[in-house]
Ligand binder design. Structure first.
Ligand code: SF4
Length: 375
């Protein structure tokens, strides 16, 4: 089926009324809905892009207490914004948020524009987020399509084909736009999101509790499980990483990530990916020699951390190292810091677990007697 066929047969006034009535009774009570401030909508939508609602519920007010408005966000340093974003992952979002706040301050007197096209011209703002801000905060009659609404519309229209790519995605945007009511388009959009989050969920659709079941083609045809027809997920790959906590005069060596790529501009303990030809200690020595010259002692394994990034499952082993005589290699991206100063800098989530371990046991862990571990 396509959007036009569904739209031609749909009783849209009834569909809208049923959905909005349900939303008034069953809509989710979320912290970012306490106000219709465009800034609050924007921050919450950016946080929600790759982070669960439960985590965003915990972190939303914390972020706002640090950056209560666009001005304070624009005037902060990028390091401070990344620091406040720790634990939310996908740090590119925080950098775009910061860049966009600066642009709003420079070009729009610090006020979020209300026109969706102008919002979309800001760094990091795609069609969905721009329309969400315009419709939730300013009542603009523009559609939204994100994971929840994409699933709901795919099922309602029994839409064949991959809904994440044209032409099917164009069809879904079209139906989402045509279905919008003249009044309360923001509530209508939020109602569809809530329906997808609570009733028409990925694992199971509770069609018996759905306010729009009489309009739903997938339900009518008994094919709910078939939709949306998403592409197969890329299989996860296992990779091994080694981080070294290099101690020298009661300080540890840390390194700042490049400006692009994963964890851009965040700090970490020197880290390498273990190759097939290396064992764990070979990789640890390579990490040491990449950053330091002189005699070093490889100490105990301090911590093992398992985490995921993109389609990788990472096994990170962390070793202590004592740099007996030597120095760090000249490199502007590295510096020695005292363990207690580590919390002031932004680290990725897995590296923050290592920071916590270093702060709990702030000294070299290992033995100096094993000559084989001295090079
Ligand atoms: S009837 Fe079922 S499949 Fe259709 S929108 Fe409602 S919950 Fe989803």
């Amino acid at each position: 089926m396509n959007a036009e066929t569904w739209l031609a047969a749909a009783d849209l006034p009834h569909f809208r009324r049923a959905l909005l009535r349900w939303y008034r009774k069953h809509g989710r009570d979320l912290p970012w809905r306490e106000s219709s401030s465009a800034y609050h909508v924007w921050v919450s939508e950016v946080m929600l892009q790759q982070t669960t609602v439960a985590t965003v519920e915990r972190r939303f007010h914390e972020f706002l207490s640090r950056f209560p408005d666009i001005d304070s966000l624009a005037c902060a340093s990028e390091a401070d914004v990344l620091h406040a974003w720790q634990g939310l992952g996908y740090y590119r979002r925080a950098r775009f948020l910061h860049q966009a706040a600066k642009r709003i301050l420079e070009e729009h007197d610090g006020v979020m524009p209300s026109d969706p096209k102008t919002i979309r011209a800001l760094p990091g703002l795609g069609r969905y987020t721009a329309n969400a801000i315009a419709s939730f905060a300013f009542g603009a009659r523009v559609p939204i399509l994100e994971a929840n609404t994409l699933r709901v519309w795919s099922r309602i229209c029994a839409m064949r084909g991959d809904p994440t790519k044209p032409p099917v995605s164009n069809d879904l945007w079209h139906v989402a736009e045509e279905a919008l009511p003249r009044k309360e388009p923001g509530d209508f959009n939020q109602a569809l999101m809530d329906l997808g989050a609570t009733i028409c969920t990925p694992r199971e659709a509770s069609c018996d509790r759905c306010p729009v079941s009489t309009h739903c083609r997938a339900h009518e045809e008994g094919l709910v499980e078939r939709f949306p027809e998403l592409p197969e997920k890329r299989a996860q790959e296992n990779v091994d990483h080694v981080s070294v906590v290099i101690w020298h005069h009661r300080k540890v060596l840390i390194s700042k990530r490049p400006e692009t790529g994963p964890w851009a501009n965040l700090w970490e303990f020197p880290r390498v990916e273990r190759t097939d030809a290396e064992n764990w200690t070979d990789a640890a020595w390579r990490a040491i020699r990449t950053y330091c010259a002189g005699q070093a002692t490889l100490g105990a394994e301090r911590k093992a951390i398992r985490h995921g990034i993109m389609h990788y499952r990472v096994h990170l082993k962390c070793f202590d190292v004592l740099l007996n005589e030597g120095t760090r290699l000249p490199d502007e991206s590295t510096r020695w810091v005292e363990p207690e100063a580590l919390t002031k800098l932004p680290f990725s989530s897995p590296q923050r677990r290592l920071v916590a371990s270093v702060q709990e046991s702030p000294s070299f862990q290992g033995t100096l007697l094993d000559e084989s571990r001295k090079r």
